[in-house]
Design a protein around this ligand. Structure first.
Ligand code: ATP
Length: 537
């Protein structure tokens, strides 16, 4: 266990003096386990159906989680629809005509290559097993580089070191070879080759430790159910595996009724369902999850320019939250999905490493073209200026709400040691996303302080999500608010009754300031209002 020094102090009226002296540095593994427990303890995320021992890879959001999730959705929705005059929103249904999923390619190609270990009976995605193997090699290279950095100090030249150090050279060559083989096998749908890579790399089952594998098979990820009251096969419908198709099939409706001119976009937030095999890592990969997707319709030939613009726009949206620019990176796809001619992921530095948070895809006219074919309806855009008609191309941005919740929570969780040995757990959630914006706390439960606190609360609640708390010592109440990430605590003391001033405590610095009650909406609003975050985009 390591500690680092952090400077900071706070003094005010003896309400509570808190000085932060150390931040507890955890391993990423430690952090992840603690975070999952914290999410449950403080009402963010619960395992679904918990009293029946839960349901794998399905989670419910509690009273804090739903607020955080709604704030994330609002940030995305307003950034898309309010800040872009040419983007509008819709809300389409989960159930759609089954032909849609034939047209989109999901019936034929929405598959994962699966392999079973014969000893543990555990099922894995073959590509994920290989990716994990590559990640281990990358970790070895990283460790070697860090050793070199320590040894050579200021004169360290990382690029040269990686090129010449025998261990780095060997591991990097292996990474390139395995990745190439895997991409080629996935592109060619060569399942035998995928198995061969697993055997050649001597990848063992993490549970049984053996290399006793079945052949690789394809497995469709869509959930199906029955429509109506007959059990006829023609009534099989699917729970949508993405929200995008609801946008494509409404393209004509929106374009015509909204008199939209290309380029324009349609945004949607909604549930999606996938029968994921590798369902692990908490809310990172779930079977029922939520997506925020935007399809941007453009003239064919302009797609690579728009693709670059949307990459930049979306990265900015993330970085605007102030969670550390170095925690994001692009991962351009080598293996393109059946519909794409360019694709990238925005990856985030989760506790288990850099992983996909958002996908940006240039989807060509694949979807609209296929819906035209399958439905027999003409789906085109008539350009009034040039007089030509064409099937628009599409740039898609697609982000998982739940992965965004996990990114925010894992980045925010901190354990700190205060002077005197007391510990605090704080969630430094970006203030506009915090579930509760302000806690109103009477110093004691009598002498008219609760009544004044309640009056303040009654005024603030129209602008901010507030919590009133009069139970336990003020220190304990601060800790409770820190643990759910409340940016401000407002404490009402005896002086408040006369001078109409209160103490405002800042979550991150723990600094306390005496301010007039009338000033509270301005002081709090400056930091927590979504509009101020949007203005910075
Ligand atoms: P992955 O490679 O991680 O399976 P994907 O490439 O299949 O993801 P997309 O189809 O591009 O994902 O979906 C867009 C976004 O939806 C992803 O970037 C992710 O944030 C989210 N998402 C996809 N599958 C899940 C899931 N099972 N649980 C939670 N979020 C998901």
């Amino acid at each position: 266990m390591k500690f680092c020094i952090f400077a900071g102090c706070a003094v005010r009226w003896g309400v509570a003096i808190e000085i932060k002296i150390k931040i507890h540095i955890m391993t990423q593994d430690e952090l992840f386990k603690i975070l999952v427990a914290h999410c449950k303890e403080y009402g963010f995320i619960f395992p679904s159906s918990e009293i029946y021992d839960g349901l794998a890879a399905v989670y419910d959001y509690g009273q804090m989680g739903v607020e955080l999730k709604n704030n994330i959705k609002r940030y995305w929705w307003e950034a898309m629809t309010r800040l872009h005059e040419n983007i509008v929103g819709i809300d389409s249904c989960i159930f759609m005509h089954p032909k849609i999923w034939e047209a989109s390619g999901h019936v034929g190609a929405f598959n994962d290559p699966l392999i079973d270990n014969k000893d543990s009976k555990k099922r894995y995605r073959a590509d994920v097993l290989i990716e994990d193997y590559i990640a281990k090699l990358e970790e070895k290279v990283h460790k070697e580089v860090e050793k070199g950095r320590k040894k050579f100090g200021d004169s360290f030249d990382e690029a040269k070191f990686v090129e010449t150090n025998p261990n780095c050279v060997r591991n990097n060559a292996k990474i390139a070879e395995v990745r190439n083989r895997m991409n080629e096998a996935l592109n060619a749908n060569d399942l035998a080759e995928l198995k061969q890579i697993i055997l050649d790399c001597e990848i063992a089952c993490p549970i049984s430790g053996t290399k006793n594998w079945t052949d690789v098979r394809q497995f469709n990820l869509m959930f199906s159910t029955q429509l109506g009251n007959t059990s006829d096969d023609t009534n099989v419908i699917y729970l949508r595996p993405e929200t995008a198709q609801g946008i494509f099939v409404n393209y004509l409706n929106v374009q015509k009724t909204g008199r939209m001119k290309i380029p324009f976009g349609i945004a949607q937030i909604g549930k999606a369902f996938r029968n994921e095999i590798v369902a692990r890592q908490f809310i990172f990969r779930m079977r029922e999850f939520e997506q925020m997707e935007m399809q941007f319709f453009i003239k064919p030939g302009t797609e690579l320019d728009w693709f670059a613009k949307w990459k930049e726009n979306r990265l900015k949206w993330h970085q605007n939250l102030g969670m550390g620019d170095a925690n994001y990176r692009f991962h351009d796809h080598e293996k393109l999905a059946h519909y794409a001619n360019a694709a990238t992921d925005i990856e985030f530095n989760f506790p288990f490493g850099f992983k996909e948070l958002e996908g940006i895809h240039s989807r060509t006219d694949f979807d609209l073209g296929n819906h035209q074919k399958f439905s027999g309806k003409k789906i085109q855009y008539y350009d009034p200026e040039t007089g030509e008609s064409y099937t628009p191309y599409v740039i898609e941005t697609s982000i998982g709400v739940d992965r965004m919740v996990l990114a925010v929570l894992s980045n925010s969780y901190k354990e700190e040691e205060l002077e005197g040995g007391e510990k605090r757990v704080v969630l430094s959630i970006p203030a506009p996303l915090a579930p509760v914006k302000v806690a109103v706390l009477p110093l004691i439960k009598k002498d008219g302080l609760p009544e004044l606190a309640q009056t303040i609360m009654d005024e603030l609640k129209y602008d901010f999500n507030c919590q009133y708390d009069e139970k336990d010592s003020i220190g304990k109440r601060y800790r409770r608010q820190d643990a759910i990430g409340t940016p401000f605590c407002v404490t009402v003391d005896h002086d408040s009754l006369n001078d109409r001033c209160v103490t405002v405590r800042d979550r991150d610095t723990m600094k306390q300031e005496r301010v007039s009650i009338d000033e509270l909406p301005r002081i709090i609003g400056e930091r927590v209002n979504l509009s101020n975050l949007l203005r910075k985009l």
